[in-house]
Design a protein around this ligand. Structure first.
Ligand code: PBG
Length: 358
């Protein structure tokens, strides 16, 4: 130990080495190096590891994204997402009932609509009886205790798979925003508790907020996909909602460049100024730095989306016997908590809830 004057603060007669164990010479050498500060002391038993554990994953942290299709009694596997299914509304109701019983606070719905219903402007979002809205009404009626988050974006409804109105090769910002806001009002009218705009158009949060307010939905919250990055990890999702084969080009003109964090901060600040209640980072694990950045900068409820590609990587490696899938699932989710996330959208939600219960 040193004082400001550069002198040794501990008198020679109190030299800590006098108290060091003498029986094993090698051990003394280690203590001279560590100064007797041994971090392993607290790791030596289950009880002490529990006592000093800093972060915990609980069922309260989970949001379960589900995929919907038309029909009755449909439960279609998604090849790239083992364990995830496209469900018709009747099946979804049963699954959401199970999720609610497990204590999962909320679900997020994503529709896979018939190709014949998709068009260049994604006009199906303006249908009060589209798949999303029918599902919301049915699930709300059957399982009123679970929160419903709806995706306010055009990509499930456009014939080109983009998140906006496509005109002369350009995703038109303002027209898209107007349409998404009108769609959001219909989602709220159907019973959605939280509107989650995932399209990254400028100004969408403010316009959605005032559209909701104007229509009497002051209590409906907004979770902005504040920082949605242009990412390879969305691949399996695009299979799940049937946009993979449709999408021409990429989403670089509206999603954030994966290289940028200052821009992510400015994007989030903008959404907050426009009135978002919660923010989300997407994808998740490769962007934990952004989660921490937003939590520290804004202290808003902050969520992360462990996206389809992240899920598929864990499942694929586990299926090959290359990793312990269950441990990787739990560890990846705990990492979000450590980074400052208040919750995680994850396809693992029911499996995690079961595990936490058992
Ligand atoms: C687009 C949207 C995406 C996801 C949900 N909504 C990304 C995309 O297709 O570009 C990805 C979800 C996932 O990968 O799990 N509005």
């Amino acid at each position: 130990m040193r004082t400001g004057t550069g002198e040794t603060a501990v008198p020679a007669e109190l030299d800590m080495n006098r108290f060091a164990p003498t029986k094993a010479a090698g051990t003394r050498t280690v203590d001279e190096v560590t100064g007797s500060r041994r971090l392993r002391r607290m790791r030596k038993a289950a009880w002490s590891r529990r006592l000093v554990q800093e972060n915990h994953l609980t069922v309260d942290d989970l949001i379960w994204p589900i995929f919907l299709v038309d029909g009755k009694n449909v439960r279609e596997p998604i090849a790239a997402m083992p364990g995830v299914f496209r469900m018709s509304i009747d099946v979804a109701i049963r699954e959401v009932e199970r999720a609610a019983k497990l204590g999962i606070p909320a679900i997020a719905t994503f529709p896979n609509v018939d190709l014949s219903l998709r068009d260049v402007t994604g006009s199906l979002i303006l249908d009060p009886d589209n798949l999303t809205n029918r599902a919301t009404r049915a699930i709300k009626a059957a399982v009123p205790e679970i929160g419903i988050i709806t995706d306010a974006a055009l990509d499930p409804f456009t014939s080109h798979g983009h998140d906006g109105v496509l005109r002369d090769g350009i995703i038109v910002n303002d027209e898209t925003v107007e349409q998404v806001a009108a769609g959001a009002v219909l989602q709220a009218a159907a019973g959605a508790d939280i509107i989650a705009p995932s399209d990254m158009m400028d100004g969408r949060i403010g316009v959605i907020r005032s559209a909701l307010d104007d229509n009497g939905f002051q209590d409906v919250a907004i979770m902005s996909y504040a920082t949605k990055f242009d990412s390879a990890f969305y691949g399996p999702y695009r299979d799940a909602i049937g946009t993979a084969g449709l999408l021409k080009g990429d989403k670089k003109t509206y999603y954030i460049n994966a290289a940028n964090s200052a821009e992510a901060l400015r994007e989030t600040e903008q959404d907050i100024l426009e009135g978002t209640d919660m923010v989300m980072v997407k994808p998740g694990l490769p962007y934990l730095d952004i989660v921490r950045l937003l939590k520290d900068a804004f202290a808003l409820p902050t969520f992360a989306y462990q996206v389809s590609g992240e899920y598929s990587m864990i499942q694929a490696a586990a299926a090959n016997g290359w990793i312990d899938g269950e441990r990787a699932m739990m560890e990846s989710l705990l990492a979000f908590k450590r980074a400052g996330a208040d919750g995680i959208l994850t396809y693992f939600a029911p499996a995690v809830a079961e595990k936490l219960k058992g």
